[in-house]
Design a protein around this ligand. Structure first.
Ligand code: 5MM
Length: 341
């Protein structure tokens, strides 16, 4: 199969009905922090056990089409000695890999960051492909303050994200592009909308400049919300309306799927907001689904608590959250299901 055919096949699998993506690609410092929140130590073995549990939960393939991993996991095996990417394939889950190398300060723009990792990216991709990864992810971040993000930060980050996507497609892999406007702060929903629109406009201009095939890209954006210090929180309908307005202005219809990040929302908020978007009557030419990390994994980590005797409870917690998000991806979620499902 040629590279375009390979990417089309991966897109079809990732966007299949009723399913979404799990982000389990936390770098060492991030997974250490997430597990510490549940008093779990982060070691090579606890990470292996936990991420195998995610990939091997019986029945999870009904709701999860792809899992984004951190590079350590691609080389690890489950308890049956099967490599984790191959274990994913046994449940028709596409294995993916986060390929960015994290953030650094952007000189000239105090308070802004730029994402690193383009050096040797092509060579790294060849190795990830051999290990079974068929898609990739790269995250940019934009913090909102009175002075940030600067125009320089928006343009420089867009350029880097587009270069990443072009390199990934040259290997026949599908790039997820993640321009994350952070929720930290007390900014208004309108300010989040303004920054999200600017970041996505610059991104799609850059993707065109780099001749990225839009039909073989997945966008992973933030939802449009006020800063997390703002109370009361907006309704799901208000979030959906504001988010869809920005997406309709910036994302070409050629893009097959938009898979949101959860960004620090509660599990229930992230599910309800996705559901409201899928219920909205305004026209939406893309699949609207999830690529959550915290909003899928928090209950799993709480149920596991680092004690492997809790494996079955952790699997049940994962199945429940994934099933509710699958319903939201179809506009069929109801809040009552949180307690009755
Ligand atoms: C924004 O973070 C991504 C989505 O997670 P949430 O749904 O929790 O917002 C997530 O994929 C993130 O990129 C990974 O956790 C990797 O983070 P680090 O900081 O370790 O690269």
């Amino acid at each position: 199969m040629d590279k375009v055919g390979q990417m089309q096949q991966t897109i079809e699998r990732l966007t299949s009905p009723g399913r979404g993506i799990l982000a389990a690609d936390e770098s060492y410092p991030t997974i250490t922090k997430r597990l510490a929140d549940h008093n779990i130590e982060s070691t090579e073995e606890t990470r292996r056990f936990y991420r195998s549990l995610l990939a091997n939960t019986p029945g999870i393939g009904e709701y999860v089409s792809g899992i984004i991993f951190f590079e350590e996991t691609l080389g690890q095996k489950n308890d049956d000695g099967v490599r984790i990417p191959q274990a994913c394939e046994q449940q028709d889950i596409v294995p993916g890999i986060k390929v960015d190398k994290g953030l650094t300060d952007l000189p000239g723009s105090p308070g802004d960051k730029i994402t690193q990792g383009l050096d040797n990216l092509g060579d790294r991709l060849d190795g990830y492909l051999e290990q079974g990864a068929l898609f990739t992810k790269w995250r940019n971040v934009y913090a909102i303050s009175a002075d940030t993000p600067s125009r320089q930060a928006i343009e420089a980050n867009a350029e880097v994200l587009a270069r990443y996507a072009a390199i990934v497609q040259s290997r026949g892999m599908v790039p997820i592009v993640e321009p994350e406007v952070l929720m930290d702060g007390s900014h208004s929903l309108e300010r989040c909308a303004e920054v999200t629109e600017a970041a996505q406009s610059a991104l799609f201009a850059a993707l065109r400049r780099h001749q990225v095939i839009l039909e073989a890209v997945i966008l992973k954006p933030n939802m449009v919300l006020p800063g997390k210090d703002v109370q009361p929180r907006p309704s799901a309908e208000v979030c959906a309306q504001a988010t869809l307005r920005v997406l309709r202005r910036t994302v070409p219809a050629a893009v097959p799927s938009i898979n949101f990040l959860s960004g620090g929302q509660t599990c229930e908020e992230a599910t309800a907001n996705l559901n409201a978007m899928n219920q909205a009557s305004v026209s939406k030419p893309w699949v609207l689904s999830f690529s959550y990390s915290r909003a899928l994994q928090n209950p799993v980590q709480a149920a596991w608590a680092g004690d492997n005797a809790n494996k079955a409870a952790a699997e049940q917690a994962f199945l429940k959250r994934a099933r509710l998000n699958s319903l939201a991806r179809q506009g069929q979620y109801r809040t009552e299901l949180e307690t009755t499902d």
